[in-house]
Ligand binder design. Sequence first.
Ligand code: NAP
Length: 328
Amino acid sequence: MKSRAIRIDRHGGPEELKMVEVDVGEPGPGEIRIRHKAIGLNFIDTYQRSGLYPFAMPLQLGMEAAGVVEAVGEGVTHLRVGDRAAYASQPPGAYCEVRVMPAKCVCQLPDAISFETGAAMMLKGLTAQYLLRKTLPAEGLQTGDFILFHAAAGGVGLIACQWARALGLQLIGTAGTDAKCQLALAHGAAHAINYSTENFAARVKDITGGKGVKVVYDSVGKDTFEGSLDCLRPFGLLAIFGNGSGPVPPFNLGQLGAKGSLYVTRPTLFTHMATRESTQAMADELFAVVASGDVKIPIDQRYPLTEVQQAHRDLEARKTTGCTVLTL
Ligand SMILES: NC(=O)c1ccc[n+]([C@@H]2O[C@H](COP(=O)([O-])OP(=O)(O)OC[C@H]3O[C@@H](n4cnc5c(N)ncnc54)[C@H](OP(=O)(O)O)[C@@H]3O)[C@@H](O)[C@H]2O)c1
């Protein structure tokens, strides 16, 4: 069987993304074959393309999709042929019509959730889940607590804004334009700061009466790291989970003591998704907040898979908001 797929033969810019035809075989033990209905675009795809996260070549990109299970390998018990399914995957390879992949990270998609929504929400929604529910300060988070979430109008960001509101947290969101700040507020952020024009650390101190926040969720990295440390109250936690502006350079651990016995972590979704059980438990929470209407998945852009180069350009140029879906 053949599939159209987007592949790179070397790391580089969006121009390296090429449409090719690949052979797709039968699933082996622990694998399924899935025919995609929609594919999710993620910032991590740009790191894998550029080489910030290096891979052996050639590489079929893509980490998130939804579709219909077409064939099931030996030992797979949680999926059957014909099931609607969605996933955030390791290894990459979602930019295609049909693929064979490990079944472990694939979940049945509830009937009430469309394929497009499934494709948009798995990687970003499971990330919001582990950040807000599992990446916590030592004393936990209580109703009314302040947290700071950078890039709050992005894909992970707009899901986190809504989920934090449902948890009773006061999420302070940052974003690069006033329009994006309005979007974060409309999705449940309690406050929004335009970090292109304002000193976000000073604003956070104002908003919290000088105390600071318990957790900063920072996916911007290099440009925000220092300011993020200054937003924390004593014993606060900085979760650096992305490199939107570039990776955080090595830093002096002594800073953490001087700024109030702070904690820093660098989590990734795929540690949390290490087992089928942990993946399903996280997905069940995500499906529940989407089913209840507490979290609506904002699909703000759609590109045909053939226009994936433009999708990458727009994402890296900060032109997108919310989630982006690649259509087939
Ligand atoms: N570790 C994990 O488990 C994990 C999982 C999923 C995602 N992530 C990370 O979470 C972040 C959000 O992912 P996403 O797919 O939802 O993307 P996104 O937030 O929709 O897009 C990235 C956003 O980062 C902001 N940004 C700030 N400085 C930037 C710069 N110099 N260049 C480009 N963008 C910049 C932009 O928003 P403004 O214009 O508002 O600044 C941009 O829209 C990414 O950094 C991603 O790598 C990490």
